[in-house]
Design a protein around this ligand. Structure first.
Ligand code: ATP
Ligand code: MG
Length: 445
């Protein structure tokens, strides 16, 4: 993308309404614009990152064997009356009447809708196990929307639902989700720690929240520092193997890690003192096993192998896709702006032309720009007639992990400069070497 043709409305001043870094930086980097309390337009840069995260979530869900679909944002109240949640959900649910005075609602989650689809079309254990998911906008009329996309009213969420014939099979689905979530967050450059949690209005018997550690997080968390050493990396986990998934779950749930809702002083005190950590965290996902709560209420049954009709065992699993953008920024920024991890960066590399219009710098920048694109990368070329300082400030603010700076003095010596946004470290090298370096960096992302 040529910056001169892009729409990147960066702000010079810090917006007064933003209390935390991620909100401030998203506004300043021209990623979002508030349209009303807790509801945002996603400007091109913000939208690009949202799509990237969505793709990572899709890839990891499909890899785990889960099936993508799409359900509507608007739902009929009737299904929610069947489960008993129409009244129970309270004021967070946005209730709407259509022209025929029928009660509708903007979905805060989808257990009822998916259970209805399931009971209509599935009747035998032979069709199980099955996990369906979608990534769709949700609405919760939060009493205090704040911190930008972190606690919005309208937000983008992946929600998945597993259907299993019995408890053991549903447990495998739970474990499988835990593994796929760990992978998802790691690809985004995040460490999200699964913590035993409270099930809230979804209801259920087993649940873990995934928390990213950050001072600005809304949850208070207590954990054994040993858990922060764990990594999924590229280890081979067979998602169809109960054993493989259960092993990962055991590894991640053995060190103590709980939110304040389930915190237990005695268990915490049993951890060696030097490993006890109290901190704050941002909830970026949650998995639930709730058994037959919805299937019994709504009559979602299957015929089991022994010929009996049994209510199906279910769980639901959510990832806060739009909140994740805020969480990534909270975990990765400095005083000059955002620092995107390579796995989610909106553009792979920035190109800064220090003397726009000069035939040599223009030619070198064009060669880099076209070269990177030909190799499948997506560079952002600042081809504006701006002062160098302004160009650097914009690049630092929007946080591309790599920048190539092209100026007449360097070109006289046959070099350009490759700079890491994270370390600030710069290295001079010929144009072709810079290109190869950037390609090599992204070969693993
Ligand atoms: P919270 O405790 O933060 O209100 P929740 O536990 O009610 O969230 P879930 O029902 O578990 O939310 O939804 C799954 C994920 O959706 C959450 O882990 C979170 O990342 C995201 N999410 C929930 N509410 C919001 C919101 N108001 N704005 C942005 N993301 C949200
Ligand atoms: Mg939750």
């Amino acid at each position: 993308m040529l910056l001169s043709r892009y729409f990147l409305p960066v702000l010079k001043e810090n917006p007064a309404e933003a209390q935390i870094a991620s909100h401030r930086l998203m506004l300043r980097a021209g990623m979002i614009k508030q349209s009303s309390a807790g509801i945002y337009s996603w400007l091109p840069l913000g939208f690009k990152i949202l799509r990237k995260l969505e793709n990572i979530v899709h890839e990891e869900q499909v890899r785990a064997g889960h099936i993508p679909m799409l359900m509507p944002t608007l739902q009929s109240a009737d299904l929610w009356r069947e489960s008993g949640r129409y009244e129970a959900y309270g004021q967070e649910m946005l209730r709407i009447k259509d022209r025929h005075e029928r009660d509708m609602l903007y979905g805060p989650t989808n257990e009822e809708l998916i259970t209805d689809i399931f009971r209509t079309h599935v009747g035998s254990y032979k069709d199980l196990p099955m996990t369906l998911y979608h990534i769709q906008w949700k609405f919760r009329d939060e009493i205090r929307p704040r911190f930008g996309v972190m606690r919005g009213r309208e937000f983008f969420m992946k929600d998945g639902y597993n259907f299993d014939v019995d408890h053991d099979s549903a447990l495998h689905a739970y474990n499988r989700h835990l593994v796929s979530y760990l992978r998802t967050y790691e690809r985004m450059g995040l460490q999200a720690i699964p913590m035993r949690a409270d099930s809230g209005p979804i209801g259920g018997v087993d649940t873990h929240e995934f928390l990213v550690l950050a001072d600005t997080g809304e949850s208070e968390v207590f954990y054994d520092s040993a858990i922060t050493d764990l990594k999924i990396g590229d280890r081979d986990v067979d998602y169809d193997s109960y054993e493989d998934c259960a092993t990962v779950l055991k590894e991640w749930t053995t060190p103590y890690a709980r939110t304040d809702e389930t915190h237990d002083d005695a268990l915490f005190d049993a951890i060696p003192q030097e490993r006890q950590r109290k901190s704050r965290g941002i909830e970026v996902g949650q998995i639930f096993y709730f058994g037959t709560k919805y299937s019994e209420a709504m009559g979602a049954t299957v015929v089991s192998e022994s010929g009996e009709r049994v209510p199906v065992h279910m769980g639901s699993h959510g990832i806060g896709v739009s909140r994740l953008i805020g969480a990534i920024i909270e975990a990765s920024h400095d005083e000059n702006g955002i620092i995107w991890p390579e796995g989610v960066t909106p553009f792979h590399c920035g190109i800064v032309n220090l003397k726009q219009g000069d035939s040599e710098t223009n030619a070198a920048c064009d060669a880099l720009y076209n070269g990177l694109r030909a190799l499948g990368l997506d560079p952002l070329y600042d081809d504006r007639k701006e002062r160098a300082g302004g160009k650097f400030a914009t690049m630092d603010l929007i946080g591309l992990p790599w920048r190539i700076t092209v100026g007449p003095r360097g070109l006289n010596n046959g070099v350009v400069e490759l700079t890491s946004r994270r370390t600030g470290h710069s290295q001079e090298m010929p144009v072709e070497t810079a290109l190869e370096r950037v390609v090599a960096i992204y070969a693993s992302h």
